[in-house]
Design a protein. Structure first.
Length: 144
């Protein structure tokens, strides 16, 4: 398990396994967000299996699969809403953690300075400098 914090209350990870759920709960997380589509993975780690294991460990579980085609304003807002609704720290995962970082970054535009968003993701190993123009555009739209 490779948990990479972006903030004190949001972290990302490459694919987790059912046996990781209790350790995730023990680490203080209260919610897991699955950003990985089932079509990418074998059935033994599909979202429904992960959800059942997470719930057995006392965790909330949100299924929000993200692909290039589904990374849109609606899903960005849904991810942000899931984070905001959590009563504690959130762990989001996908194949590598990149999609979970990108969707978080886009959801934070306007609330966190774009450079700080990019710095947080870089510290976790995700180079999102290419998103700076989009983050700035979103921030300006949200402030208008």
């Amino acid at each position: 398990m490779d948990i990479r914090p972006l903030t004190p209350t949001y972290a990302v990870s490459p694919q987790i396994l059912p046996e990781h759920c209790q350790a995730i709960a023990d680490a203080g997380f209260t919610t897991i967000i699955c950003n990985r589509p089932d079509a990418e993975i074998p059935g033994d780690i599909c979202a429904s299996v992960m959800e059942a294991t997470a719930k057995a460990a006392g965790l909330d579980f949100v299924i929000l699969p993200i692909t290039h085609h589904t990374l849109n304003a609606e899903n960005i807002a849904e991810q942000r809403a899931a984070i905001d609704a959590s009563d504690g720290p959130v762990l989001a995962y996908c194949a590598s953690g990149t999609r979970s970082s990108i969707i978080w970054a886009l959801g934070q535009a306007g609330d966190i300075k774009s450079d700080d968003i990019v710095a947080a993701t870089a510290k976790a190993g995700y180079d999102l400098r290419g998103l700076l123009p989009q983050l700035e555009t979103l921030a300006a739209q949200r402030k208008a």
